[in-house]
Design a protein around this ligand. Structure first.
Ligand code: KIV
Length: 274
């Protein structure tokens, strides 16, 4: 994004995201955990920043997201908000901060919203619908998260593709409907066959589905910033494209990501999907 466009960009709102979705414009999302990267991502024109609990692995060096606490998420959300100017900020509710009951979920969400998040994200199927309803009724926009839900990695038996068989796909569609009816405005769909994500979007036309390893039919895409810049060591999932491979700065790589999501060239069905 050039400087003129940069300074012209108005803050992204939920209303604006819904308008984009209604017009068929793809929504771009990347993770950020600190002020420097939040600023970079925002200035490159990304619509939404996810302060993801993936910071447990990428910042804290854990092997999963399970150890991350609400206090740590509040700290990182504050850092991101200081660096961001216009992107829509989503704070991840970490493991153990919303499972107990809806009052616990409200307390944790209030902490993230008071740190500057504009929406909270929580993982899980139909059992979270009551919580989603409780939060949205109280003025907290919610992003749900279905498919591979990393906080349940031990229960799922690893980072596996979800919804592969008919029963799994049907359950996913049922949960997506329940969460949408409960008030979820947005939903991350992670690691599932493109056909299942496409059905979820078709079943719930107003829902902003955001895919990660879920094909190109979703309303938008999200990647972990460290993965798409190839800062992450070890084998990356096939849905990750190395946007730094063509060279230039990190800003150039993020701009390439925005352009590729917006023009539909990322994800490439034959390379990044299941
Ligand atoms: O924590 C995170 O980064 C996430 C994304 C993988 C969607 O939840």
């Amino acid at each position: 994004m050039n400087t003129a466009v940069e300074s012209a960009r108005k803050p992204v709102t939920l209303h604006r995201l819904r308008e984009m979705h209604a017009k068929g414009e793809k929504i771009t999302m990347l993770t950020a955990y600190d002020a420097t990267f939040a600023r970079l991502v925002d200035e490159a024109g990304v619509d939404c920043i996810l302060v993801g609990d993936s910071l447990g692995m990428l910042v804290q060096g854990h092997t999963s997201t399970v150890p991350v606490t609400i206090e740590e998420m509040v700290y990182h959300t504050r850092c991101v908000v200081r660096g961001n100017r216009t992107a829509w900020v989503i704070g991840d509710l970490p493991f153990g901060s919303y499972q107990e009951n809806r009052e616990q979920a409200l307390r944790s969400s209030v902490a993230l919203m008071q740190a500057g998040a504009q929406m909270v994200k929580l993982e899980g199927g139909g059992w979270t619908a009551e919580t989603v309803h409780f939060l949205t009724e109280r003025g907290i926009p919610v992003c749900a998260h279905l498919g591979l839900t990393p906080q349940s990695v031990h229960a799922l038996g690893g980072y596996r593709i979800q919804g592969r068989d008919q029963a799994g796909a049907d359950t996913m569609r049922r949960h997506a409907k329940e969460l949408t009816e409960a008030g979820a405005a947005m939903m991350v769909l992670e690691l599932m066959p493109s056909a299942v994500a496409s059905q979820v979007q078709a079943d719930n036309p107003g829902l902003m589905t955001i895919g990660i390893g879920a094909g190109g039919a979703t309303a938008g895409q999200v990647l972990v910033l460290h993965d798409m810049l190839h800062f992450t060591r070890g084998k990356l999932p096939r849905f990750v494209r190395n946007f730094a491979a063509e060279g230039g700065t990190a800003d150039d790589a993020v701009r390439r990501y925005v352009a590729a999501v917006k023009d539909g060239s990322f994800p490439d069905e034959s390379v990044h999907s299941y």
